[in-house]
Write a protein that binds this ligand. Sequence first.
Ligand code: PMP
Length: 286
Amino acid sequence: MSLKVYISGRLVDKEDAKISVFDHGLLYGDGVFEGLRSYNGRVFELDEHLDRLWESARAIHLQIPGTKAEMAAAVEETLQANQLRDAYIRLVITRGRGTLGLDPNRCSDPQVIIITDKIALYPPENYEQGLELVTAATIRNHPAALSPRIKSLNYLNNIMAKIEGLRAGCVEALMLNHKGEVAECTGDNIFVVRRGTLMTPPIDAGILEGITRNVVLRLAREAQIPVAEVPFTRHDIFVAEECFLTGSAAEVIPVVKLDGRPIGEGVPGPITGRLIQAFRRCVQGD
Ligand code: PMP
């Protein structure tokens, strides 16, 4: 059975899932997207993802066709058509077909695309042994140029940093902001444990407000772990006891090295381990 993809109200075979070459999503990266997970047939943090999608669209002056409830129903329909209970879900809203000029007002038909598939996480050994990161020379987009809070189809900033990471043999790379502070990774938020406090950069460090990030902050507070959303630099990672990343695809994954330097004991730490366990229980709805 071929995978079904939802495009603007229709479920079509993967091979037939096509949009116009005049769509500004393709021509200019003009559009927004979301990446979600379903566990055991339940979409995790669905309302939060839909809120962020609507806010991203609002920020780029794009009207998403239909309501959040209709989008939620379309996600459900696509998962069922593909008989998927544990899946990665990609929602994409493009500006729609336009002319070769930039003018978004000349695009008439924003496309709603829903792709569901089995998830390919990082290999299991990365979760057991932890990841190694390098710092990318490419800084995160300046918020005054393009806010990192918008999850737009224009991901070249992150891709440039990802290329740097891959060329250094790392699957993720650390990105700093224009002030030289730690921002986030190319597709994940970052946390450190420093003097017993769990620290993560604040939103105004110029990051995507990750939904996994917010869940982990909540789980940490529930577990009485001191938390702080404060700016910090690479120094704080070098001297941290622990480090980990969060994201819908990656979930919670330990980091054990930055730029060739071991973090803490150079192995995944105990607070990271506790939060991984708490996160697993949370996604299963316990
Ligand atoms: N930062 C960036 C740049 C991302 O693209 C993502 C998710 N793809 C994240 C952080 C993590 O966000 P979330 O937990 O909502 O998946």
